[in-house]
Design a binder for this molecule. Structure first.
Ligand SMILES: Cc1cc2nc3c(=O)[nH]c(=O)nc-3n(C[C@H](O)[C@H](O)[C@H](O)COP(=O)(O)OP(=O)(O)OC[C@H]3O[C@@H](n4cnc5c(N)ncnc54)[C@H](O)[C@@H]3O)c2cc1C
Ligand code: SF4
Ligand code: SF4
Ligand code: SF4
Length: 389
C-alpha cells in the first residue's frame, strides 16, 4: 500500500489514527519533519489510510461569504494572544455553549501537541501562535467519540490539520465546528529543539513566545518568567528561517489550503491589508485579526461572539489581497537545497547563518536604526519637559 507522495504529505497523521492494524509508524525525514511509514508485513491492504488521506480524497472547499476586522474587547485577552484574540474568544463562547474545545499547547521539551478539553484553564495555554509543527496525539479519535455521543466540539488548528480531522471522520457532523488559521508553513520540532539548545545549554527554558502585537519575536524565559533570551524578527536564526520560508516541510510549498476557498466553517488570520485601500476609521493601533465566515454554522457562531469581539464587516477581497497565504503557497526559498545539505553537515545554526546572512544583517541594521530613533525621541522628550517647566 502506498501513501501520498512525500511532497504532498502534510503530516496530518489522519492515516496513522485510522489504520485498524496500527501498522503505520511515524519516522523522521529530511530537516527532522515527520512522515507516516507503513510497516509492510502487518498491513492487510484494507486501504483505509488512503481513503482517509485528504491529499488523496479531496475535501469540499467553501467560498468565504463574509469578512470582518476583529479584535477582542477584553484588553488582557487581546494582549496575551498572538493577533486579535479571536481564537480565545471563540473558545470562551464555545465553553459557554457546552462545547468541548481543541487547541495546541507546549508539552515537555517544547513539543506542541493538540489537546481536547472542556476546561476554561486550557484557553490560556492554547493562546499564542506556536510557529512549529504540531502533533495530533490521539485527538482525532477522541473527537469522533464525543461527536458520536452528540457532544459539541470546537476544533481550531492549521488548515491541513482541519483537513486531517475531516478526512478521518469521513462524514459531516452538525455538532463539529472547525476554525482554521491561515498558515505559511511549519518548521520541524527538531529545528526548534536545536535552536533552543544552542541558546539554553543548561536546559532552564520553559516558556516560549513568538508574537507581541504585530512584532515577531523569539522570547525564551524560565519557569519564574525571567528572560533567558529575546531577539526580534530576523535577528534570531529560527525566526529568520521561519519568516523567509527556508525550512518548512515540503508540503507547505505545495499547500492545498493556501487559497481563498476554505475547508473550515471559519478562518482567522492577521488582517495585514486593513485600511490600505479603503478607509478604516477606528483609532486602534494593536494587532487586528481577519475573521472569515465560510458556512452557515460559522456565521451563526460568529454572530454570538459579537458581545466580546469587536467586529467590523469589510469586503472579502481586502482580507485576501493583504494576505499572501490566502492566495498561494509560500515559494520555495532559492537557497533551500543549500540549506538542506548544510543542515546535514553543519547543523541548524550554521546552515541558517550561511544561507540568510544578508537578511539577518539587514534586520540588525533596521532594528539598530529603530532603537536609535527611540533613544533620540526619549532624550528630546526629557529636554522638552525641562524647558516647559
Ligand atoms: C505555523 C503558523 C503559521 C501562520 N502563518 C500565518 C500567515 O501566514 N498569515 C496569517 O495571517 N496568519 C498566520 N498565522 C496565524 C496568526 O499567527 C494568528 O495565530 C492568528 O491570526 C490567530 O490569532 P489569534 O490572536 O486569534 O489567536 P492566537 O493567540 O494566535 O491563538 C492561537 C490559536 O492557534 C492555535 N495554534 C497555535 N499554534 C499552532 C500550531 N502550531 N498548530 C496548530 N494550531 C496552532 C492555538 O491552538 C489557538 O487555537 C500562523 C499561525 C501559525 C501557528
Ligand atoms: S492498508 Fe489498512 S492496514 Fe494497511 S496501512 Fe493502510 S490502513 Fe493500515
Ligand atoms: S493522511 Fe496526512 S499524514 Fe497520512 S499520508 Fe495523507 S497527508 Fe500524509
Ligand atoms: S502551509 Fe499548508 S501544509 Fe504547511 S503546515 Fe500550513 S496548512 Fe499545513
Amino acid at each position: 500500500m502506498e501513501l501520498v507522495d512525500k511532497l504532498n504529505c502534510t503530516g496530518c497523521m489522519a492515516c496513522v489514527s485510522a489504520c485498524p492494524r496500527q501498522c503505520i509508524d511515524i519516522v523522521k525525514g529530511k530537516l527532522g519533519h515527520l512522515y507516516p511509514k507503513i510497516i509492510g508485513e502487518q498491513c492487510i491492504e484494507c486501504g483505509k489510510c488512503r481513503r482517509t488521506c485528504p491529499e488523496i480524497v479531496p475535501l469540499t472547499f467553501h467560498s468565504v461569504s463574509k469578512s470582518y476586522a476583529a479584535w477582542s474587547m477584553d484588553k488582557e485577552n487581546h494582549k496575551s494572544s498572538a493577533s486579535g484574540g479571536a481564537a480565545a474568544e471563540f473558545y470562551y463562547q464555545a465553553l459557554h455553549d457546552d462545547f468541548w474545545i481543541c487547541g495546541v499547547e507546549y508539552r515537555e521539551d517544547f513539543h506542541v501537541v493538540h489537546t481536547l478539553t472542556d476546561s476554561m484553564a486550557a484557553v490560556s495555554r492554547f493562546k499564542q501562535s506556536k510557529y512549529v509543527y504540531s502533533e495530533m496525539g490521539t485527538v482525532y479519535a477522541e473527537i469522533e467519540k464525543l461527536l458520536k455521543c452528540n457532544k459539541k466540539v470546537l476544533f481550531i488548528s492549521l488548515p491541513c490539520k482541519v483537513a486531517g480531522l475531516l478526512g478521518f471522520l469521513g462524514k459531516h457532523y452538525c455538532n463539529l465546528l472547525t476554525v482554521d488559521i491561515v498558515c505559511h508553513g511549519t518548521p520541524s520540532h527538531e529545528n526548534l529543539r536545536n535552536h533552543i539548545f544552542s541558546i539554553d545549554k543548561e536546559n532552564k527554558a520553559s516558556k516560549l513566545k513568538f508574537r507581541m502585537e504585530n512584532e515577531f519575536l523569539f522570547d525564551l524565559s524560565d519557569a519564574a518568567g525571567t528572560d533567558i533570551y529575546r531577539r526580534i524578527g530576523r535577528e534570531d536564526t529560527y525566526l529568520a528561517a521561519f519568516l523567509e520560508g527556508l525550512n518548512y516541510r515540503d508540503s507547505c510549498y505545495y499547500c492545498s489550503y493556501a487559497k481563498p476557498e476554505r475547508v473550515s466553517d471559519i478562518t482567522i488570520c492577521d488582517f495585514w491589508g486593513l485600511g490600505l485601500e479603503l478607509p478604516f476609521d477606528h483609532p486602534y493601533m494593536g494587532a487586528v485579526s481577519a475573521v472569515l465566515v465560510n458556512t452557515e454554522y460559522g456565521r451563526s457562531f460568529v454572530e454570538k461572539c459579537k458581545r466580546r469581539l469587536f467586529m467590523e464587516e469589510r469586503p472579502v477581497w481586502e482580507a485576501v489581497k493583504g494576505n499572501a497565504q490566502l492566495k498561494a503557497p509560500t515559494e520555495i526559498h532559492p537557497k533551500r537545497k543549500a540549506f538542506e545539505s548544510l543542515y546535514k553537515t553543519h547543523g541548524f545554526e550554521v546552515a541558517v547563518k550561511r544561507c540568510l546572512n544578508e537578511e539577518m544583517k539587514k534586520e540588525s541594521r533596521r532594528l539598530l536604526k529603530r532603537r536609535l530613533r527611540r533613544m533620540v525621541r526619549g532624550v528630546v522628550g526629557i529636554f522638552i519637559k525641562k524647558y516647559r517647566r
